[in-house]
Design a protein around this ligand. Sequence first.
Ligand code: NAP
Length: 248
Amino acid sequence: MDKNLLITGGSRGIGAATAVLAASQGYRVCINYLSDHASAERICGQIREAGGYAIAVQADVSNEDEIIRLFSRVDSEMGRLTALVNNAGTVGEASRVDAMSEFRMLKIMMSNVVGPMLCSKHALLRMLPRHGGHGGSIVNVSSVAARLGSPGEYVDYAASKGALDTFTIGLAKEVAGEGVRVNAVRPGYIFTEFHALSGDPQRVSKLEPTIPMGRGGLADEVAEAILWLLSDKASYSTGSFIDLGGGR
Ligand code: NAP
Protein backbone atom coordinates (compact mmCIF):
# COMPACT_ATOMS: atom_id res chain seq x y z
CA MET A 1 0.00 0.00 0.00
CA ASP A 2 1.16 3.56 -0.74
CA LYS A 3 2.39 5.47 2.29
CA ASN A 4 1.08 9.02 1.91
CA LEU A 5 1.68 11.19 4.98
CA LEU A 6 0.50 14.69 5.87
CA ILE A 7 2.37 16.44 8.69
CA THR A 8 0.91 19.68 9.96
CA GLY A 9 3.52 22.22 11.08
CA GLY A 10 6.31 20.38 9.31
CA SER A 11 8.51 23.35 8.44
CA ARG A 12 10.67 23.15 11.56
CA GLY A 13 11.17 21.46 14.92
CA ILE A 14 9.47 18.14 15.63
CA GLY A 15 7.40 18.25 12.42
CA ALA A 16 10.46 18.75 10.21
CA ALA A 17 12.37 15.93 11.94
CA THR A 18 9.33 13.68 11.46
CA ALA A 19 9.08 14.58 7.77
CA VAL A 20 12.74 13.75 7.10
CA LEU A 21 12.60 10.45 9.01
CA ALA A 22 9.31 9.45 7.36
CA ALA A 23 10.69 10.11 3.88
CA SER A 24 13.72 7.95 4.69
CA GLN A 25 11.26 5.15 5.54
CA GLY A 26 9.44 5.37 2.21
CA TYR A 27 6.60 7.80 2.96
CA ARG A 28 5.57 10.40 0.40
CA VAL A 29 5.28 13.50 2.55
CA CYS A 30 3.17 16.65 2.50
CA ILE A 31 4.69 19.30 4.75
CA ASN A 32 2.13 21.84 5.90
CA TYR A 33 3.25 25.15 7.42
CA LEU A 34 1.69 28.44 8.52
CA SER A 35 4.04 31.18 7.32
CA ASP A 36 7.65 30.01 7.06
CA HIS A 37 7.71 29.13 3.35
CA ALA A 38 11.53 29.14 3.11
CA SER A 39 11.96 26.59 5.92
CA ALA A 40 9.24 24.32 4.50
CA GLU A 41 10.88 24.40 1.06
CA ARG A 42 14.28 23.72 2.63
CA ILE A 43 12.98 20.53 4.29
CA CYS A 44 11.34 19.46 1.01
CA GLY A 45 14.64 20.06 -0.80
CA GLN A 46 16.51 17.95 1.78
CA ILE A 47 14.04 15.08 1.26
CA ARG A 48 14.19 15.29 -2.54
CA GLU A 49 18.02 15.36 -2.53
CA ALA A 50 17.92 12.08 -0.62
CA GLY A 51 15.63 10.59 -3.30
CA GLY A 52 12.33 11.07 -1.49
CA TYR A 53 9.04 12.77 -2.42
CA ALA A 54 7.84 15.91 -0.61
CA ILE A 55 5.56 18.86 -1.24
CA ALA A 56 5.05 21.94 0.95
CA VAL A 57 1.57 23.44 1.36
CA GLN A 58 0.72 26.59 3.30
CA ALA A 59 -2.49 26.42 5.36
CA ASP A 60 -3.69 27.58 8.76
CA VAL A 61 -5.00 24.46 10.51
CA SER A 62 -7.33 26.54 12.65
CA ASN A 63 -9.44 27.32 9.55
CA GLU A 64 -11.49 24.54 7.90
CA ASP A 65 -11.54 26.22 4.46
CA GLU A 66 -7.74 26.18 4.47
CA ILE A 67 -7.71 22.57 5.68
CA ILE A 68 -10.00 21.58 2.79
CA ARG A 69 -7.60 23.28 0.35
CA LEU A 70 -4.64 21.50 2.02
CA PHE A 71 -6.25 18.06 1.71
CA SER A 72 -7.23 18.77 -1.92
CA ARG A 73 -3.56 19.37 -2.73
CA VAL A 74 -2.69 16.03 -1.10
CA ASP A 75 -5.44 14.28 -3.10
CA SER A 76 -4.36 15.71 -6.43
CA GLU A 77 -0.57 15.56 -6.01
CA MET A 78 -0.03 12.49 -3.81
CA GLY A 79 -3.16 10.34 -3.93
CA ARG A 80 -5.15 8.88 -1.04
CA LEU A 81 -3.88 9.84 2.40
CA THR A 82 -2.83 6.93 4.63
CA ALA A 83 -1.16 8.74 7.53
CA LEU A 84 -1.62 12.02 9.42
CA VAL A 85 0.54 13.65 12.08
CA ASN A 86 -1.29 16.44 13.90
CA ASN A 87 1.86 18.28 14.94
CA ALA A 88 1.16 22.00 14.40
CA GLY A 89 0.72 23.81 17.67
CA THR A 90 1.37 27.09 19.36
CA VAL A 91 1.77 28.64 22.81
CA GLY A 92 1.51 32.15 24.26
CA GLU A 93 3.96 34.15 26.42
CA ALA A 94 4.45 32.69 29.89
CA SER A 95 1.64 34.15 31.98
CA ARG A 96 -0.83 33.48 34.78
CA VAL A 97 -4.43 32.68 33.84
CA ASP A 98 -5.71 35.90 35.45
CA ALA A 99 -3.67 37.86 32.88
CA MET A 100 -4.73 35.87 29.78
CA SER A 101 -6.93 37.44 27.09
CA GLU A 102 -9.91 35.77 25.44
CA PHE A 103 -8.13 36.21 22.08
CA ARG A 104 -5.11 34.22 23.30
CA MET A 105 -7.22 31.42 24.77
CA LEU A 106 -9.27 31.09 21.58
CA LYS A 107 -6.14 31.09 19.39
CA ILE A 108 -4.58 28.30 21.46
CA MET A 109 -7.75 26.20 21.39
CA MET A 110 -8.31 26.74 17.64
CA SER A 111 -4.72 25.80 16.70
CA ASN A 112 -4.11 23.02 19.22
CA VAL A 113 -7.54 21.36 19.56
CA VAL A 114 -9.99 22.34 16.81
CA GLY A 115 -7.25 22.17 14.14
CA PRO A 116 -6.26 18.56 14.91
CA MET A 117 -9.92 17.54 15.20
CA LEU A 118 -10.73 19.05 11.78
CA CYS A 119 -7.62 17.58 10.16
CA SER A 120 -8.58 14.18 11.62
CA LYS A 121 -12.08 14.57 10.17
CA HIS A 122 -10.70 15.20 6.69
CA ALA A 123 -8.19 12.35 7.07
CA LEU A 124 -11.01 9.98 8.08
CA LEU A 125 -12.96 10.96 4.95
CA ARG A 126 -10.02 9.43 3.04
CA MET A 127 -9.07 6.55 5.37
CA LEU A 128 -12.34 4.93 6.45
CA PRO A 129 -13.68 2.08 4.31
CA ARG A 130 -17.18 3.67 4.55
CA HIS A 131 -15.71 6.58 2.53
CA GLY A 132 -13.78 4.36 0.09
CA GLY A 133 -10.54 4.30 2.07
CA HIS A 134 -8.31 1.41 3.11
CA GLY A 135 -7.50 2.38 6.70
CA GLY A 136 -4.72 4.52 8.08
CA SER A 137 -2.91 5.85 11.09
CA ILE A 138 -3.11 9.17 12.95
CA VAL A 139 -0.60 10.43 15.51
CA ASN A 140 -1.35 13.51 17.61
CA VAL A 141 1.50 15.54 19.09
CA SER A 142 0.39 16.33 22.63
CA SER A 143 2.67 17.31 25.54
CA VAL A 144 3.62 16.23 29.05
CA ALA A 145 1.96 19.57 29.91
CA ALA A 146 -1.36 17.69 29.56
CA ARG A 147 -0.36 15.72 32.69
CA LEU A 148 1.48 18.50 34.56
CA GLY A 149 -0.74 21.55 33.89
CA SER A 150 2.05 24.16 33.40
CA PRO A 151 1.07 26.43 36.33
CA GLY A 152 2.36 30.00 36.10
CA GLU A 153 3.44 29.46 32.49
CA TYR A 154 0.65 28.45 30.12
CA VAL A 155 -2.22 26.58 31.70
CA ASP A 156 -4.27 27.33 28.56
CA TYR A 157 -1.74 25.42 26.43
CA ALA A 158 -1.67 22.50 28.90
CA ALA A 159 -5.50 22.39 28.83
CA SER A 160 -5.45 22.30 25.02
CA LYS A 161 -3.13 19.29 25.09
CA GLY A 162 -5.37 17.63 27.72
CA ALA A 163 -8.26 18.04 25.29
CA LEU A 164 -6.13 16.56 22.50
CA ASP A 165 -5.41 13.52 24.71
CA THR A 166 -9.13 12.98 25.33
CA PHE A 167 -9.81 13.36 21.60
CA THR A 168 -7.13 10.74 20.93
CA ILE A 169 -8.77 8.23 23.30
CA GLY A 170 -12.29 8.82 22.00
CA LEU A 171 -11.50 8.84 18.30
CA ALA A 172 -9.28 5.76 18.68
CA LYS A 173 -12.23 3.81 20.11
CA GLU A 174 -14.68 5.25 17.56
CA VAL A 175 -12.71 3.97 14.54
CA ALA A 176 -10.84 1.00 16.07
CA GLY A 177 -12.98 -1.49 14.14
CA GLU A 178 -12.59 0.36 10.85
CA GLY A 179 -8.87 0.05 10.18
CA VAL A 180 -7.74 3.41 11.54
CA ARG A 181 -5.41 3.66 14.55
CA VAL A 182 -5.13 6.89 16.57
CA ASN A 183 -2.29 7.44 19.03
CA ALA A 184 -0.31 10.31 20.54
CA VAL A 185 3.14 11.30 21.71
CA ARG A 186 3.69 13.56 24.70
CA PRO A 187 7.06 15.34 24.42
CA GLY A 188 8.64 17.15 27.37
CA TYR A 189 11.22 19.93 26.96
CA ILE A 190 12.51 19.56 23.39
CA PHE A 191 15.13 21.82 21.76
CA THR A 192 13.12 23.66 19.07
CA GLU A 193 12.23 27.26 18.25
CA PHE A 194 8.88 26.72 19.99
CA HIS A 195 10.19 28.15 23.27
CA ALA A 196 10.86 31.55 21.72
CA LEU A 197 7.05 31.85 21.42
CA SER A 198 6.69 31.67 25.21
CA GLY A 199 9.34 34.36 25.61
CA ASP A 200 12.54 32.42 26.37
CA PRO A 201 14.51 30.75 23.55
CA GLN A 202 16.95 29.33 26.17
CA ARG A 203 14.16 27.77 28.21
CA VAL A 204 15.11 24.12 27.67
CA SER A 205 18.78 24.63 28.62
CA LYS A 206 17.79 26.59 31.73
CA LEU A 207 15.34 23.87 32.85
CA GLU A 208 17.68 20.92 32.28
CA PRO A 209 18.49 20.60 36.03
CA THR A 210 14.77 19.94 36.67
CA ILE A 211 14.59 17.05 34.17
CA PRO A 212 15.25 13.60 35.72
CA MET A 213 17.52 12.65 32.79
CA GLY A 214 19.34 15.98 33.18
CA ARG A 215 18.97 17.06 29.56
CA GLY A 216 16.46 18.41 27.07
CA GLY A 217 15.19 16.18 24.29
CA LEU A 218 15.83 16.26 20.55
CA ALA A 219 13.22 16.56 17.82
CA ASP A 220 14.68 13.39 16.27
CA GLU A 221 13.93 11.46 19.47
CA VAL A 222 10.26 12.46 19.23
CA ALA A 223 10.16 11.67 15.50
CA GLU A 224 11.29 8.07 16.17
CA ALA A 225 8.28 7.48 18.43
CA ILE A 226 5.88 9.12 15.95
CA LEU A 227 7.15 6.92 13.11
CA TRP A 228 6.81 3.78 15.22
CA LEU A 229 3.20 4.63 16.12
CA LEU A 230 2.41 5.38 12.46
CA SER A 231 3.90 2.10 11.28
CA ASP A 232 2.52 -1.43 11.10
CA LYS A 233 4.97 -2.31 13.91
CA ALA A 234 2.41 -0.60 16.18
CA SER A 235 -0.44 -2.62 14.65
CA TYR A 236 -2.08 -3.42 18.03
CA SER A 237 -1.67 0.09 19.52
CA THR A 238 -4.53 2.53 19.43
CA GLY A 239 -5.63 5.17 21.92
CA SER A 240 -2.19 4.99 23.49
CA PHE A 241 0.51 7.49 24.42
CA ILE A 242 4.28 7.54 24.32
CA ASP A 243 5.79 10.03 26.75
CA LEU A 244 9.12 11.54 25.69
CA GLY A 245 9.88 13.68 28.71
CA GLY A 246 13.22 12.41 29.97
CA GLY A 247 11.40 11.15 33.08
CA ARG A 248 9.24 14.22 33.75
P1 NAP B 1 7.90 24.85 16.42
O1 NAP B 1 9.34 24.65 16.20
O2 NAP B 1 7.41 26.17 16.95
O3 NAP B 1 7.13 24.52 15.05
C1 NAP B 1 5.75 24.71 14.98
C2 NAP B 1 5.27 24.33 13.59
O4 NAP B 1 3.84 24.48 13.58
C3 NAP B 1 5.80 25.24 12.51
O5 NAP B 1 5.96 24.47 11.35
C4 NAP B 1 4.67 26.25 12.31
O6 NAP B 1 4.64 26.81 10.99
C5 NAP B 1 3.48 25.34 12.52
N1 NAP B 1 2.24 26.00 12.90
C6 NAP B 1 1.96 26.72 14.01
N2 NAP B 1 0.67 27.13 14.01
C7 NAP B 1 0.13 26.64 12.86
C8 NAP B 1 -1.16 26.72 12.27
N3 NAP B 1 -2.17 27.39 12.86
N4 NAP B 1 -1.35 26.11 11.07
C9 NAP B 1 -0.36 25.44 10.45
N5 NAP B 1 0.88 25.32 10.96
C10 NAP B 1 1.12 25.92 12.15
O7 NAP B 1 7.28 23.77 17.42
P2 NAP B 1 7.76 22.30 17.88
O8 NAP B 1 8.52 22.46 19.14
O9 NAP B 1 8.33 21.55 16.76
O10 NAP B 1 6.34 21.74 18.31
C11 NAP B 1 5.59 20.88 17.50
C12 NAP B 1 4.49 20.29 18.35
O11 NAP B 1 5.08 19.68 19.51
C13 NAP B 1 3.49 21.32 18.88
O12 NAP B 1 2.18 20.79 18.84
C14 NAP B 1 3.91 21.52 20.32
O13 NAP B 1 2.84 21.91 21.15
C15 NAP B 1 4.43 20.14 20.66
N6 NAP B 1 5.36 20.11 21.78
C16 NAP B 1 6.56 20.74 21.72
C17 NAP B 1 7.41 20.68 22.82
C18 NAP B 1 8.77 21.35 22.84
O14 NAP B 1 9.40 21.40 23.91
N7 NAP B 1 9.28 21.87 21.73
C19 NAP B 1 7.03 19.98 23.97
C20 NAP B 1 5.79 19.34 23.98
C21 NAP B 1 4.97 19.40 22.88
P3 NAP B 1 5.57 28.10 10.60
O15 NAP B 1 7.00 27.64 10.68
O16 NAP B 1 5.17 28.45 9.22
O17 NAP B 1 5.26 29.15 11.63
